[in-house]
Design a protein around this ligand. Structure first.
Ligand SMILES: Cc1ncc(COP(=O)(O)O)c(C=O)c1O
Length: 365
């Protein structure tokens, strides 16, 4: 086929997909990255950090990204980390390392991301749910359940509500035992430092051993760009011989790694910087509060006051409402457990989008 025919065919598929530019994707933690970031992706799209000896430049960029992730998580430049494909891979790597280091059971709340359950399944680790209070882990309940060699997975910005598990309180409860604390800040890691610098969710709490923090969510990098950072070199415990590679070792889940996204994540960090991220995050939070008050004005019930830029609107027959909204062009996620529509107020969710959405929701909700 010639290129125009290929493009014509691809365009037909492209038109079937939803696009962030329409503003109508309300349930995703992603937004279109700025142009220089996308250019970085294509410049490096053939780099493969699965074989790092061939790509020393990309290795250096990965280290720069990890240093920034460590800054957001109150780590030190000497700590360890990797840019990976997403929060799922990051959580799997942390739990894999924890298991190989001798930790035996996962404790988390029901609002933990499903990737933790996936990791538990892969690693044959049992999971015990800790009851919640006000959408976060109940520390008192945890205290009654905790045993030596447990892995406590906390979420800083849960997927359903954006609430933040009490990392400091949990660490205090864990202090007398040998436990592994992993914090999943896949979403919140690029939000909390800018809205609530006083909240400790990372390495400034003793006992936190690893943190997931994803550039491809609020870091405005293109997929696939997750991040895993750790106080010690936990990755040693999952290292395996890979004799045909330049390094002779491999310490991750994947072999070949798409590494254009490492360059893109680095470009995103350069593009926004701390100030740029702060401005963007504050704008998202202001729009979340706008959605919250407008939804209440329109007579909708809001599940919980927003802490981060995630809001749940409660409706009856939530899956039917989602289907009707989908037919009107809206991509939204639902939490049947909370009977709610969940909106992640990313940068493409402007006040204009919010007003149009609420008008449509009134028709079907
Ligand atoms: C808190 C949390 N952790 C992990 C993940 C998984 O991230 P990914 O989809 O990038 O694998 C998500 C995704 O929404 C999430 O919200």
């Amino acid at each position: 086929m010639d290129s125009s025919e290929i493009e014509r065919l691809l365009a037909a598929y492209y038109d079937k997909d939803m696009h962030y530019e329409s503003g109508k994707i309300l349930g995703s933690m992603y937004s279109t990255p700025p142009e220089p970031v996308l250019r970085a992706f294509f410049k490096f799209y053939q780099a493969n950090l699965g074989n790092p000896g061939l790509y020393p430049g990309t290795v250096e960029m990965e280290r720069e990204v990890v240093k920034f992730l460590l800054r957001l998580t109150s780590g030190q430049a000497s700590y360890f980390g990797h840019v990976v494909s997403g929060g799922t891979e990051a959580n799997i790597m942390a739990l894999w390392a924890a298991r190989n280091m001798g930790y035996r059971r996962i404790l988390a709340t029901e609002d933990v991301h499903f990737s933790v359950l996936k990791a538990a399944n892969l690693l044959s680790l049992p999971v015990q749910y800790v009851p919640m209070r006000d959408f976060v882990m109940d520390t008192q309940a945890l205290e009654d359940m905790l045993q030596d060699r447990d892995i406590v997975v906390l979420t800083a910005g849960t997927t359903p509500t954006g609430y933040i598990d009490p990392v400091e309180d949990v660490a205090r409860v864990c202090r007398t035992l040998n436990c592994y604390i992993h914090v999943d800040a896949a979403f919140g890691g690029f939000v909390i430092p800018f809205l609530y610098p006083e909240i400790k969710f990372g390495f400034n709490t003793e006992g936190v051993k690893s943190v997931t923090i994803d550039p491809h969510k609020m870091g405005m990098a293109p997929y696939p760009a997750g991040g895993i950072v750790a106080r010690e070199n936990i990755f040693k415990s999952i290292e395996i011989d890979a004799p045909y590679l330049s390094t002779g070792k491999n310490a991750g889940l994947l072999g070949t790694r798409q590494s254009g996204s490492v360059a893109a994540a680095y470009a995103a960090i350069l593009h926004f910087g701390m100030e740029g991220y702060r401005t963007m995050v504050k704008e998202c939070m202001a729009n979340t509060k706008y959605l919250w008050s407008r939804a209440k004005e329109e007579g909708f019930e809001v599940l919980a006051d927003p802490v981060l830029n995630i809001l749940n609107i409660r409706v009856g027959e939530v899956n039917k409402v989602r289907e009707k909204l989908f037919k009107m062009g809206w991509g939204i996620s639902t939490y049947p457990k909370y009977s709610s529509l969940r909106i992640v107020v990313m940068p493409h969710i402007t006040r204009e989008v919010i007003d149009t959405f609420l008008k449509d929701l009134k028709k079907v909700g």
